[in-house]
Design a protein around this ligand. Sequence first.
Ligand SMILES: *Cc1c(COP(=O)(O)O)cnc(C)c1O
Length: 375
Amino acid sequence: MKKIPPLDLTRQYQVISEEASKTVIEILHSGRYIGGKAVTNFEQEFANYIGVDKCVGCNSGTDALYLALRALNIGQGDEVITTPFTFMATAEVITRVGATPVFVDIEADTFNFDLEKVDAAITPQTKAIIPVHLFGQPVDMQRLMEIAEAHNLYVIEDCAQATGAEWNGHKVGSIGHIGCFSFYPTKNLGACGDGGALTTNDEAIASQVTMLREHGLKARYLHELTGINSRLDAIQAAILSIKLRYLDSWNLQRQQAATYYHQLLQPIAEIKLPQALPGGTSVWNQYTIQIKDDQIDEEPRRDRVKQKLAQMGVIAMIYYPLPLHLQPVYQDLAYQLGQLPVTEKAAREVLSLPMFPGILQEEQEQVVYTLKDCL
Ligand SMILES: *Cc1c(COP(=O)(O)O)cnc(C)c1O
């Protein structure tokens, strides 16, 4: 029996290997490894793709989020509303600038934060909201911007898992004040190493971020701010420029694979399928089902299913087993178990099935037949 990995990046690389090798060798010969044309070209191409005026490259999605908060002067005494059902980086940067993350519960269907609860969590200390387009599924950005505008708040989109996703025909990362992207290899647009970028239509924010990513440098050796070192390498930028040309076709392959999973899984009553809001176009960074489970005092049923699947060669993943409000690092925020019940239920039930461009229909069929055996 063939083993099915959660994702297989070698299939993507096969498509670009000739172009990529040629470009990387050229850069190696050029002696220009940081900055330069490869980086400015990619920044321009990515701005065009997302549909914004400005793109600033940096070293990671985490740095992009950190730089965004710094550029908006968010810090000590400020609150930033976000979701507890995300990767740690989203909240970590809020803490790192000295502000307080405020976690609100998610919607059962989309795994994204519930906008009614976002609205209710706003206080005089709130400065910004960070929506996360989790698993590639966009947040209702129209409604969120209405809420933010009514309270004069910034919106920083965490687009790490959603490069190319759209809300009502607008790409995520072009709707909030700032979009933050990760080019970690497993993301929809992944580099061959670390990388990230910010997108914005605000010239002042873009120039602030450009300074902050390079030690607060205004002009040569004139430092106006305390910044960091967070640059996008020339080799990564060149690879990203090549991959960007394939992104839409790769996202389409993910969408087709999602449709096929839907079709195969629909008849299984013990499984809840991922839902989409009308208006949103997901790019399926993950295809995440829920293994329905009411025995909340026991080990999650999902854990047993995952183990059995692995024994039979299908590697499924859990994003995320422990929500951020219950992480040891956030004990001082004093959230209680049971306080964000929809998130906690999702953390118990979610299971992400193998999903990547180039996954074969027979592989998806094997995943689903094996899953049926494991329930
Ligand atoms: C991957 C990810 C990040 C961080 O990106 P890095 O490039 O790994 O620093 C932030 N937020 C979310 C939701 C992510 O999935």
